[in-house]
Design a protein around this ligand. Structure first.
Ligand code: AMP
Length: 601
C-alpha cells in the first residue's frame, strides 16, 4: 500500500472512531433514565455479597426505592473505617466484589492525610473510556489535532504501599504508568505528546519539567495545542521557561542536555529528539528576551490553537495570567473528574471559562444530588432530599453524590455544582466550588478548620513574648509563581518585649507543618506552592474591615464574622495598605510519601 493510501485509510478509521464516540455521547445523554437504572442495577447485583451492603440490610435487592431507603448518604469519614480495613489487608469484599487493584490518593484529605479511594482494574478501564471521549468532542470545533503534537505537561507523583501491600498513588499517576499509556496511548493520534514518556515518568520535578519544556520547545511549530491538567501546573511551566530559557536555548543550539538532568532514561529519551538547531535557539531567545511576555505562548508555539487546562473552580484564579501569556487563546476545560469517579465532559469546549457547563456521562456511576444553599444561616442539607440525576432543577445548586462500581455507595464527593442546562435529557452543570475550601493554590484544599488549627498551633510560639493573635485572615496569593498562602495577623504585644523576626518566621513554618499532607507535598515534592507568608497588620485593621463589610454587604455587627479567607480585591487592598512587616517560612515543612504511619516503598 502507498503512503497516501495508508494515510487516507487511517483518516477514515479515525473519522469512524470519532463518529462512534460522538454517537455514544448522543445515545447515553438521550437514554439517561434507562442507563442510570441499569448502572444502579449492575452495581448492586454484582456487589450483592459485599459486607457493607449486607450490613445495611440490602440483602441483594437492586431496586432504587429499597436502595434509597436503606443505604445512607455518607461522607469519607463515614466509610473510612471500612476502607481502612481493606487498606490494612482485609479482603476487598468488605466494600466491593471486584478485587481492589490499588488505592487512588485523592487530593481531598481526611484528618490531614490524602483520602484513599478504592480502585479496580475495571474502574480504571472505565476512566480511560471517559478520557477517550474528549478529543472527538474537541475535533468537532477545531479539527486536525492528529496532524501535530500536543505539549501537555504531565507529572507523576511518588507512590507508597499500603500495609495490605497495594499501591497508593494519584489516579493520574496510575493512568500514566499503565501499560496502556506506555503502549497504546502513544499510538493514539491525539496523544502524540511532545514529551517522551520517560520525561513524564521521572519523579524529580525539576528534571521532568526541564526535559518536557526542552522537547516542547524543540517541536515548536509542530505543536498544535498546549496545556496541563490544571491551570496552576501550566502557569508554573511558563514561569519555569521565564527562569530557564537561556539554559534551554543553549541545549537547543548545541543539541546537548543540561548536566542537572541526571536520570539516564530521561537523558537517553531527550537525546533521541533534540539535535543542534541554532536557528530555533535564536528565535526562542529573541522572543524570551523581549521585555514583555504578553502573548509568549502563541509567539513561541505559533500553531497552537488553544490552552488545554481546567480553569473552573479554584483554578479560575489563573485566568488573567493565562490570558496574558496566551494573548487570549481559548482556555479549554475539557472535563470534570475526581479519583472517586469520572463525572462529566465539556461538550462545548470553546465556551468562555465563566460559562463552562459539564455534561454528566451517565454510564460512569449512579449519580444523585443533594440540594444545597450557600447562604449563611441555612442549615446543612437533609439527605432525604437527595434527588436523581434526571430530577435536578435548572439553576439549583447541589452537592454531587456517587455510587461507583468500585465500592462507594451514596458517597458525597464534596463538590457543589449548579444546573446550567441539558444535553438531550441529561443535565449539564457549572462547577461552583469545593465545599468548605478556604485556600487552594494547586491541588491543595485547606478548609477553615485546618487553617484555624494551624494558626492556633503557631500562635503558641508568640506566648513567651507576651503576644497573641487578635484576628487573622488569609489570601491565596497567585501574583507570585508559584502562588503562596498569605496570612494577615493583627497581634497584641507588649511594647517592652520586642519580637525578633525569626520568631515570626518560625510561626510561618509552624503553620505549614500543621497543614495537611497535600499542602506539604505541593510545597516539598512538586514545589507548586511557595513559602507561606505572614503579614502583620496595624492594630484596628480588622475593625475597619468589618466596617467596610457592613457598609458594603448589608451584614449587621451581630451577624458579622471575620472571613477566614479574603479574595475580594478591595478587601485585600485594605489589608495590604496596613501591613507593618512581613515574614516567610525559612524552609519547606516536613513531608514524606505515604500516610504518616506507613513505610514507603
Ligand atoms: P482528586 O480527588 O485529587 O482527583 O481531585 C478531584 C477534585 O478536583 C474534584 O472533586 C474537584 O474538586 C476538582 N476538579 C476536578 N475537575 C475539575 C474541574 N473541571 N473544575 C473544577 N474543579 C475540578
Amino acid at each position: 500500500m502507498t503512503d497516501a493510501l495508508a494515510s487516507s485509510s487511517d483518516e477514515r478509521k479515525l473519522e469512524e472512531s470519532n463518529n462512534r464516540i460522538l454517537q455514544f455521547v448522543e445515545d447515553v445523554t438521550t437514554n439517561v433514565v434507562q442507563i442510570q437504572e441499569r448502572v444502579l442495577n449492575d452495581i448492586l447485583s454484582s456487589n450483592a455479597g459485599v459486607e457493607y451492603l449486607l450490613r445495611q440490610g440490602l440483602n441483594g435487592r437492586t431496586d432504587r426505592e429499597t436502595f434509597k431507603k436503606l443505604i445512607p448518604v455518607v461522607t469519607y469519614e463515614d466509610v473510612k473505617p471500612d476502607i481502612d480495613r481493606v487498606v490494612n489487608g482485609e479482603p476487598a469484599s468488605i466494600i466491593c466484589s471486584k478485587p481492589i487493584s490499588e488505592f487512588s490518593t485523592s487530593s481531598g484529605t481526611s484528618r490531614g492525610e490524602n483520602k484513599l479511594i478504592p480502585m479496580s482494574e475495571e474502574e480504571l478501564e472505565r476512566k480511560l473510556l471517559f478520557f477517550s471521549l474528549l478529543m472527538p468532542v474537541m475535533n468537532q470545533f477545531v479539527p486536525d489535532f492528529h496532524k501535530g503534537k500536543t505539549m501537555h505537561f504531565l507529572f507523576v507523583r511518588e507512590e507508597a504501599k499500603t500495609p495490605g501491600g497495594l499501591l497508593a498513588r494519584p489516579l493520574l499517576t496510575s493512568i500514566q504508568k499503565r501499560s496502556y499509556f506506555k503502549e497504546k496511548t502513544y499510538n493514539n493520534p491525539y496523544t502524540d505528546y511532545s514529551s517522551p514518556k520517560e520525561t513524564i515518568l521521572c519523579t524529580d520535578s525539576f528534571q521532568s519539567m526541564y526535559s518536557q519544556m526542552l522537547c516542547g520547545l524543540w517541536y515548536g511549530d509542530q505543536v498544535l495545542r498546549v496545556g496541563a491538567i490544571f491551570a496552576s501546573a501550566f502557569v508554573r511551566a511558563i514561569h519555569f521557561l521565564e527562569k530557564h530559557w537561556r539554559l534551554l536555548c543553549h541545549d537547543i543550539r548545541t543539541g546537548t542536555l543540561n548536566p542537572r538532568i541526571t536520570d539516564p532514561s530521561v537523558r537517553e529519551a531527550v537525546a533521541r529528539i533534540v539535535k543542534p538547531n541554532p536557528e530555533l535557539a535564536e528565535f526562542i531567545e529573541k522572543e524570551c528576551s523581549q521585555e514583555s511576555w504578553k502573548g509568549i505562548i502563541p509567539r513561541i508555539w505559533r500553531n497552537t490553537k488553544y490552552i488545554d487546562v481546567v480553569v473552573t473552580g479554584a483554578m479560575a484564579q489563573y485566568i488573567p495570567t493565562l490570558n496574558y501569556f496566551g494573548n487570549d487563546l481559548p482556555l479549554v476545560s475539557t472535563s470534570y473528574a475526581s479519583s472517586e469517579c469520572c463525572i462529566a465532559v465539556n461538550l462545548n469546549p470553546l465556551s468562555k471559562p465563566s460559562e463552562v457547563a459539564y455534561t454528566i456521562i451517565p454510564t460512569m456511576a449512579y449519580f444523585e444530588f443533594l440540594p444545597v444553599s450557600r447562604e449563611i444561616g441555612v442549615p446543612e442539607p437533609n439527605p432525604v432530599e437527595v434527588v436523581d440525576l434526571v430530577d435536578v432543577k435548572l439553576g439549583q445548586e447541589y452537592e454531587v453524590v456517587v455510587t461507583s462500581y468500585a465500592g462507594l455507595y451514596r458517597y458525597r464527593v464534596g463538590d457543589i455544582l449548579r444546573v446550567a442546562g441539558f444535553k438531550n435529557n441529561t443535565p449539564q452543570f457549572n462547577f461552583v466550588c469545593r465545599k468548605n475550601v478556604a485556600l487552594s493554590i494547586d491541588s491543595d484544599k485547606t478548609d477553615e478548620v485546618e487553617l484555624h488549627n494551624a494558626v492556633m498551633n503557631a500562635s503558641n510560639i508568640l506566648l513567651p513574648f507576651g503576644a497573641s493573635i487578635i484576628e487573622y485572615t488569609s489570601h491565596p496569593n497567585t501574583s507570585t509563581i508559584p502562588g503562596h498562602y498569605v496570612l494577615y495577623w493583627e497581634i497584641s504585644q507588649s511594647s517592652e518585649n520586642a519580637i525578633p523576626p525569626h520568631v515570626f518566621e518560625d510561626c510561618c513554618l509552624a503553620v505549614e507543618e500543621s497543614l495537611n499532607s497535600v499542602y506539604r507535598e505541593c510545597r516539598v515534592s512538586d514545589k507548586s506552592i511557595g513559602a507561606l507568608e505572614i503579614r502583620i497588620v496595624e492594630n484596628g485593621t480588622f475593625d475597619k474591615m468589618m466596617d467596610y463589610a457592613i457598609a458594603n454587604g448589608g451584614s449587621s455587627i451581630n451577624q458579622y464574622k471575620t472571613p477566614r479567607c479574603v479574595t475580594h480585591a478591595p478587601m485585600v487592598e485594605h489589608l495590604d495598605s496596613r501591613v507593618i512587616s512581613n515574614y516567610f517560612s525559612p524552609k519547606p515543612p516536613e513531608w514524606a510519601p505515604g500516610h504518616k504511619h506507613w513505610s514507603t516503598n
